[in-house]
Design a protein around this ligand. Sequence first.
Ligand SMILES: Cc1cc2nc3c(=O)[nH]c(=O)nc-3n(C[C@H](O)[C@H](O)[C@H](O)COP(=O)(O)OP(=O)(O)OC[C@H]3O[C@@H](n4cnc5c(N)ncnc54)[C@H](O)[C@@H]3O)c2cc1C
Length: 372
Amino acid sequence: MTDLLIIGGGITGQVAALTAAEAGARVTIVDAERNAGSHANAGSLHVQMQSRFLRLNPHLAENLESSLPLYLSAVTEWEALDARLGGVELTREGGLMLAESAAQLDFLHEKAAREARKGLDVEILDRDALHRIAPWLSPRIQGAELCRNEGKLNPLVANRKMRALLDGLGVRFVHDRITRIEDGAQPVAEGGERYRADRILVAAAWGAAALAGPLGLRIETPPEPLHMNITEAGDYRIHHLVQHAERPITLKQFRSGQVVIGGGWEASLADRDGHAPRIRKPSLLGNVALAAQIAPGIGGLRVLRTWAGYNTPVDGKATIGPAGPDSRVFLALPGDAGYTLGPVTGRSAAAMAIGSTPPIDPAPFDPARWRA
Ligand SMILES: Cc1cc2nc3c(=O)[nH]c(=O)nc-3n(C[C@H](O)[C@H](O)[C@H](O)COP(=O)(O)OP(=O)(O)OC[C@H]3O[C@@H](n4cnc5c(N)ncnc54)[C@H](O)[C@@H]3O)c2cc1C
């Protein structure tokens, strides 16, 4: 018997486990050990609205905008976790969203005004101001939005330290795939095994829809396969998280000097269940070519490794709380930018599951919006 059984061992499930274990609960994480976004992600601490999400999902813009206060809490949560883990190379020197045209700058002005109203620390930089703080940028970049709340961390370090911390707290990890949650909240695994737990927390990202459906929640969690690259080490010069107002790019540099390049270039869905998504050559070439246009100085660095993983943007808004009134099943789905939002989402859902006070008001993220 376990007090809290968590389905999904990415960053959201792990922080949920940490919250419950520190409160004295016996915690088990069950994970199919397949395709966690948390093991593929790039370590950007996003706060400002990502242009890519707005471009692809104009109908979900309101969800993203209303979530901005959660993003601010998420960064605070990551800072606390950074301290708890003894450092995960977290820095908060801000994020730049670049513009190459007057139209893109207009878009950023309008976006920044909306974000400022939600409490974000944002400013539009003209060409001179931008190139003073980011002299490595191409001269074709005309200005940018600076969001001082943003930052970055090293997910390889964070994931390793999280796992060690949970092992030390006695959290049990089980490799298994849950196929359904039955009445009475007993999860059933692929091989028919039934897990017994007082409470269940679903932090299964792309796997959540199949588990939540029978509970009456019509959540859509299609996996979004995305491409990433990392280069060899160069001089450490890019201190900001870098994105673009219109083009699909994120770019940042780890303390090691390695540049991580992504931004939503697509990978291919796995051909069979459980397999990792596959790299697409046009994404590799297009992504690194765009990075070299924006930051010509990194053009000489060789790409050491590419990989792909599943993002789960859901509807651009977190889902946090019980599956229904008096339910013993709780949901913890970060929505877009899930590595940024994972800790605050996991901590909040776990607090509700064990009957303590969540760090944020969970009302806007109530799973009730998914009730059929
Ligand atoms: C290439 C890439 C780069 C990204 N970069 C960033 C970034 O820089 N910043 C950012 O904020 N976000 C980023 N993201 C998004 C982010 O990684 C994810 O949204 C986030 O990791 C989600 O965390 P999670 O713990 O909720 O889910 P995941 O980490 O996806 O974990 C879900 C887990 O659930 C398990 N699971 C699913 N179904 C079942 C089941 N039925 N039974 C048992 N286990 C199950 C899976 O095996 C998996 O381990 C990126 C995503 C990708 C793919």
